[in-house]
Design a protein around this ligand. Structure first.
Ligand code: SAM
Length: 288
C-alpha cells in the first residue's frame, strides 16, 4: 500500500501524473499519517458503517476509511485526480468514487441508495472555501449518525460555541439545531501540502436521532435566527423588526414580552429553545 502521507512520495506521484494543486478547489492534501488515522478513530467508524467522504484528493483519509468502514462513497469534483485515485485506491472493493460536486448532489438520495443496511456517517477534510455550505447540506440531509470534519479552527470554535459567547452566531445555532458538536483535536499547517495559513481543527457533530426541539415551522425558526444575528449590535427587538417588517416593532415587543424577554435583550444571548419560543410565537401571529 502506498504511503499517501509521505511528502516525497506524494510529490513524485503528483509529478508523474502532471497534477497541479488548485487553490480554487481548496486543495491542501494531508502529509501526516497520524491525522487521517486519528480522524477515523474519533469518528468511531467500523464495518457496520457506510461513510460518505467529500473531496478524497489523492486518498489519505479515504484509505483509512476503506480499511475501517463497510462501504465508502467519495464525492470529488476534480476529475484530474481520476488516474491518481485509480492508482492509490484501486485495490479497495468497498470504495465508490463519484465524480460530482458535493453541492450539486442529492445527499439523502445518495445515502439511501448506496448505504442500505449500514449506519451512515460523513467524514471529510473539507475544502475551506465551501465549509459552511457543505456542512449545511450534510446536516440538512438528516441521514447521518455523525458528521466528522476538519475545518478551519475558528470555524470549529464558532460551530461549538455556546449562547452568550463572542463566537456564537447564526451558524452555531444552525449546526446545534441538528447535532451536538464536539471539538476533537487541532491540526497545524505543517500537516498539509501546500501549507494553509491557518490552523485546522477536527470536529464531530453527533446528530440527534429525533430533534429535541418544539418548533412549529422550521423555515420560520431559521428566519428568526438570521434576523436576530443580522445586526449584532442591535437589540433583538430591532433585529426582529427589520427581519419581520410585516409584523412591525410593536408586535415584536409584545411577542418578546409574552415569551418572557426584556426588550433590550440581544439575540446572541439566546439558546435554541429560546429562539424556538420566539419563532413559535411569530408563527402564531403570522397565521392569525
Ligand atoms: N481528503 C484529501 C486530504 O485530506 O488530503 C483532500 C482534502 S482537500 C482539503 C479538499 C478536496 O475537496 C480536494 O480534493 C478538492 O478537489 C475537493 N473538492 C473541492 N470542492 C469540492 C466540491 N464542491 N465537491 C466535491 N469535492 C470538492
Amino acid at each position: 500500500m502506498i504511503d499517501l502521507c509521505n511528502a516525497q512520495q506524494l510529490k513524485e506521484l503528483l509529478a508523474r501524473h502532471g497534477f497541479h494543486f488548485s487553490k480554487a478547489k481548496g486543495q491542501n492534501f494531508l502529509i501526516q499519517s497520524w491525522v487521517p488515522r486519528q480522524i477515523v478513530e474519533y469518528a468511531e467508524i467500523d464495518k457496520g458503517c457506510g461513510v460518505l467522504e467529500i473531496g478524497p484528493g489523492v486518498g489519505p483519509l479515504t484509505q483509512q476509511l476503506c480499511l475501517g468502514a463497510g462501504k465508502v462513497a467519495a464525492l470529488e469534483v476534480d476529475k484530474t485526480l481520476r488516474p491518481i485515485l485509480a492508482e492509490t485506491l484501486g485495490e479497495f472493493e468497498n470504495l465508490e468514487i463519484i465524480w460530482q460536486d458535493a453541492l450539486k448532489t442529492d445527499i439523502a438520495a445518495l445515502v439511501k441508495e448506496r448505504f442500505q443496511g449500514l449506519r451512515p456517517m460523513a467524514c471529510a477534510n473539507l475544502p475551506y472555501y465551501i465549509t459552511s455550505p457543505v456542512l449545511s447540506v450534510l446536516l440538512e440531509a438528516k441521514c447521518f449518525d455523525s458528521v466528522t470534519v476538519m475545518v478551519q479552527k475558528e470555524v470549529a470554535q464558532r460551530i461549538a460555541s455556546k449562547a452568550g459567547t463572542g463566537d456564537y452566531s447564526a451558524f452555531s445555532v444552525f449546526c446545534q439545531y441538528y447535532a451536538q458538536p464536539e471539538l476533537l483535536f487541532d491540526v497545524p499547517p505543517s500537516c498539509f501540502m501546500p501549507q494553509p495559513k491557518v490552523t485546522s481543527s477536527v470536529i464531530r457533530l453527533k446528530t440527534y436521532e429525533k430533534l429535541p426541539w418544539e418548533i412549529a415551522d422550521e423555515g420560520l425558526f431559521f428566519r428568526t435566527v438570521r434576523a436576530s444575528f443580522a445586526q449584532r449590535r442591535k437589540t433583538l427587538q430591532n433585529g426582529l423588526s427589520s427581519g419581520f417588517p410585516e409584523l412591525g416593532k410593536a408586535v415584536i415587543a409584545e411577542i418578546l414580552t409574552q415569551c418572557g424577554f426584556s426588550l433590550n435583550v440581544r439575540g446572541e444571548t439566546l439558546d435554541i429553545p429560546a429562539f424556538g419560543r420566539i419563532s413559535n410565537a411569530i408563527a402564531a401571529r403570522l397565521n392569525t
